[in-house]
Design a binder for this molecule. Structure first.
Ligand SMILES: Nc1nc2c(c(=O)[nH]1)N[C@@H](CN(C=O)c1ccc(C(=O)N[C@@H](CCC(=O)O)C(=O)O)cc1)CN2
Length: 292
C-alpha cells in the first residue's frame, strides 16, 4: 500500500502557486483576489471557509470572507453576487455550500459570472469541462487529478467506479476520468443511491472514488486487490478526545481497505487538502485571465 499524501502534495503545489502569485504581483501591482460568501453558521462550512482564507494568505492572495446571517433572502444574496460580478478587483467568487433551504443553490450558481466561477460549478464551466475545453474544473475533482498526476499514476484504460453523483464531486469526477486526457481515459461507472448492487460494481474497479458521505461505507470485501482508492468523505463526529471537538471519518474504512489497495488517500490529510489547492489554482488562473 502506498499513501496518496495530501499534506505533502498540497504543500508542494502551494509553494509553486506562491511563486506564481509573487510574479503576478510584480507584473501587475496587485494580488489575485478570492471572495467567499458564507451563509449561516454551519460549523464545517465555517472551518472550510476559514481554511480557504488562511491558505490564500499563505500563497500571497488577497481574500475576503462575506458572512451573512441565515435570514438573508435569496434576492439579497443574488444582488450581492451581481455587485461582486461587476467588481473589477475580484478575480474569483465562491458561495460556500450547502446553503439554507430557502435559497436555491442552482440559481445562486448560475448567478455567478462564469469567468469568476473558481468553484467550477457554473453550467458554462461544466459544459466546457465535458468537451475538454479550457475552463475552471470543480476544486475537489481538480485536486484529485493533481494528486494522481503528482504520483505519476497513469489511469489510462482503467475501470473507474465513482460512488455518489453529487454536482460537487461525483458527477464531474466521472466526466473527468472518462475524458481523453491524463489522468483520465478510464472506463467509468457512476454509481448512486438507485444502483442495484453497488458492492458488485465497486469490486470490479481498478480505481474507486468514494464520494457518498457515509462513514466507512467502503469495506474490504468491496475492494479488488491492488485497487487505487480515493476517499472524498469528510464525515464529522463529535469527540471529547480531540482538540477540535470532532473527529473526521472517510467514506472508506481505511484500516480494512488500505492493505488491499495499491494507493489510498487518508482522511484527514488527503483529498480535503487538495480541494483547497484546486481552488487556489483556479483563482490564480482567473486573475491571470488565462482561461477567459
Ligand atoms: N462552494 C463550495 N462548497 C463546498 C465545496 C466546494 O468545493 N465549494 N466542497 C465541500 C467542502 N470543502 C470545500 O469547501 C472542503 C472540504 C474539506 C477540506 C479540508 O481541508 N479537509 C481537511 C480537514 C479539515 C477539518 O479539520 O475539518 C482534510 O480532509 O484533511 C477543505 C474544503 C463542501 N462545500
Amino acid at each position: 500500500m502506498n499513501l496518496l499524501d495530501g499534506k505533502l502534495v498540497s504543500a508542494k503545489i502551494k509553494e509553486d502557486i506562491k511563486q506564481e502569485a509573487a510574479a503576478f504581483l510584480a507584473e501587475t501591482g496587485r494580488k489575485p483576489h478570492l471572495v467567499a460568501i458564507l451563509v449561516g453558521n454551519d460549523g464545517a462550512s465555517e472551518t472550510y471557509v476559514a481554511s480557504k482564507m488562511r491558505n490564500c494568505e499563505l500563497v500571497g492572495f488577497e481574500s475576503t470572507n462575506i458572512h451573512f446571517d441565515t435570514s438573508i433572502s435569496e434576492g439579497e444574496l443574488l444582488a450581492k453576487i451581481n455587485e461582486l460580478n461587476a467588481d473589477g478587483g475580484v478575480d474569483g467568487l465562491i458561495v460556500q455550500l450547502p446553503l439554507p433551504k430557502h435559497i436555491d443553490p442552482e440559481r445562486v450558481t448560475e448567478a455567478i459570472d462564469y469567468r469568476k466561477d473558481v468553484d467550477g460549478f457554473h453550467p458554462v464551466n461544466l459544459g466546457r469541462m465535458q468537451r475538454n475545453l479550457p475552463c475552471f474544473i470543480p476544486a475537489t475533482p481538480y485536486g484529485i487529478l493533481l494528486m494522481l498526476a503528482h504520483y505519476g499514476i497513469d489511469t489510462s484504460g482503467m475501470h473507474a467506479v465513482v460512488v455518489g453523483r453529487s454536482n460537487i464531486v461525483g458527477s464531474p469526477m466521472s466526466i473527468l476520468l472518462a475524458r481523453n486526457s491524463n489522468p483520465g481515459n478510464c472506463t467509468v461507472t457512476l454509481t448512486h443511491s438507485r444502483t442495484r448492487n453497488v458492492k458488485e460494481e465497486v469490486l470490479r474497479a481498478d480505481i474507486i472514488v468514494a464520494a457518498i458521505g457515509k462513514k466507512h461505507f467502503i469495506t474490504a470485501d468491496m475492494v479488488k486487490e491492488g485497487a487505487i482508492v480515493i476517499d472524498v468523505g469528510i464525515n464529522r463526529e463529535m469527540s471529547d478526545r480531540t482538540k477540535s471537538g470532532y473527529k473526521l471519518y472517510g467514506d472508506v474504512d481505511f484500516e480494512q481497505v488500505a492493505p488491499k489497495s495499491s494507493w489510498i488517500t487518508p482522511v484527514p490529510g488527503g483529498v480535503g487538502l487538495m480541494t483547497i489547492v484546486g481552488l487556489l489554482k483556479n483563482t490564480l488562473e482567473a486573475a491571470k485571465g488565462s482561461i477567459y
